[in-house]
Design a protein around this ligand. Structure first.
Ligand code: GDP
Ligand code: MN
Length: 378
């Protein structure tokens, strides 16, 4: 789950990171009112889930409340990389000498939380990685003790902060950002830019936080911040039905029980020259309602030319799943060819039931994938 900039900013503030205040507006008049309250030059920023808003014209300065109203009118409703701006953040404009980059991410290679910093902030870090990789400093936090004080200071010195007070403040911010990352089950906590103000102090001007969906059950307060536009409609429906679903770009819809089996199914589809339209794990105990919901989600994608069921009956018996599929098919109106490979407990009975339906049976995963690929190409 993604947080909007203003939500991420509030989260960082809770951990003592200096951020710019201000408020969120959905109309130009609201933007004007916030600017009046601030009583100084403001920055108006589009709240959309993409980076590079600055370059796209989604971040603008305004000298007066009148100007804030005009600028907000320009930005609200604007299209940035395919997303419509519904809200803007109006915050005091900060003047600064320098932009820094700082983030905490999970580094899968070292299996640690990696702190990343660069003296070249303000631009996207991927750009810096391409043009000047040496300007990116990485320090892995200790797996048990967390980000140690000396590590945070090392990060400060490595990006050239020589002034003691400044290095100390940077180290505090880095430690706080590390705690944000760990305590919210984030997969990314980023400040870009972190600026050095004219008085030498540091301040976060833009932040980005991505939360691990699997950790959200522990954070009802963060879950409540979810913006539905963050999530494709099909993924929302799947989440509500208790189905794990990720849309992909292929033509073969996959309905599988078990995440590992779903991965294997996608691999085999690709092996036989097909492209999966989705990852879908229907989970355990897949009865009629769940199968129906899953089918509707898969078939809502106009790219889907064939559906492949790959079900392993362990605790859930194959004949039960077969009944679920048959009952669901009675309620879902579709001509899309469907191939079923069902194996495990009570598979004979399951096959017998399916033989009477319009599903195309397959004895093995390989056969099912080949039939699905052929059906999708027909
Ligand atoms: P992004 O382009 O989507 O990452 O949005 P940012 O919030 O990082 O804004 C892009 C750029 O706008 C920053 O790198 C700054 O140069 C500028 N900017 C943002 N906030 C302020 C501010 O308070 N004062 C000034 N002077 N510039 C700002
Ligand atoms: Mn930024």
């Amino acid at each position: 789950m993604k947080l909007h900039e203003y939500q991420a900013r509030d989260l960082l503030a809770r951990y003592g990171i200096p951020v710019t205040g201000g408020g969120v507006a959905s109309t130009p008049a609201e933007a004007r009112a916030i600017a009046e309250q601030i009583g100084a030059k403001v920055v108006i920023k589009a709240q959309v889930f993409v980076g590079g808003r600055g370059k796209a014209g989604g971040v603008k300065l305004a000298e007066t409340p009148e100007q804030a109203e005009q600028v907000a009118a320009q930005i609200l409703g604007m299209d940035i990389k395919g997303l419509t701006v519904e809200k803007v953040l109006v915050a005091e404009a900060i003047s600064y000498q320098k932009e820094i980059y700082l983030s905490a991410i999970l580094d899968r290679a070292t299996k640690r939380v990696m702190m990343i910093a660069s003296a070249e902030g303000g631009v996207e870090i991927e750009e810096v990685a391409k043009t000047n990789p040496d300007a990116i400093i990485k320090i892995a936090a200790h797996p048990q003790l967390g980000l140690l004080e000396y590590q945070a200071r090392e990060l400060a010195f490595a990006i050239g902060l020589k002034d003691g007070k400044q290095a100390r403040q940077f180290a505090q911010i880095a430690s706080a950002l590390y705690r944000v990352f760990v305590e919210t089950d984030a997969s990314l906590a980023e400040i870009n830019p972190l600026v050095i103000r004219d008085d030498g102090s540091l301040q976060a001007l833009d932040s980005k936080v991505l939360l691990d969906d699997s950790g959200l059950f522990r954070h009802a307060d963060l879950e409540a911040m979810r913006d539905p536009s963050d999530e494709p409609e099909a993924e929302r429906q799947a989440r509500e039905a208790g189905i794990t679903f990720i849309k992909l770009d292929g033509t073969i819809g996959c309905m599988v029980n078990g995440a590992g089996l779903a991965m294997a199914t996608m691999d085999v589809v690709k092996l036989y020259g097909g492209e999966p339209a989705n990852f879908l794990d229907i989970g355990g105990g897949a009865g009629k309602d769940k199968v129906k919901a899953a089918l509707q989600i898969i078939l809502a994608d106009p790219n889907v030319k064939a559906v492949m069921f790959n079900i392993f009956g362990g605790i859930t018996r194959v004949d039960e799943v077969a009944r679920g599929i048959i009952a669901a098919l009675e309620e879902v109106d579709t001509q899309v060819p469907m191939i079923a490979r069902l194996t495990g407990t009570n598979e004979e009975e399951g096959r017998r039931l399916l033989a009477e339906s319009r599903l195309i049976p397959a004895a093995t995963l390989a056969e099912a994938a080949q039939k699905a690929v052929a059906a999708a190409q027909a």
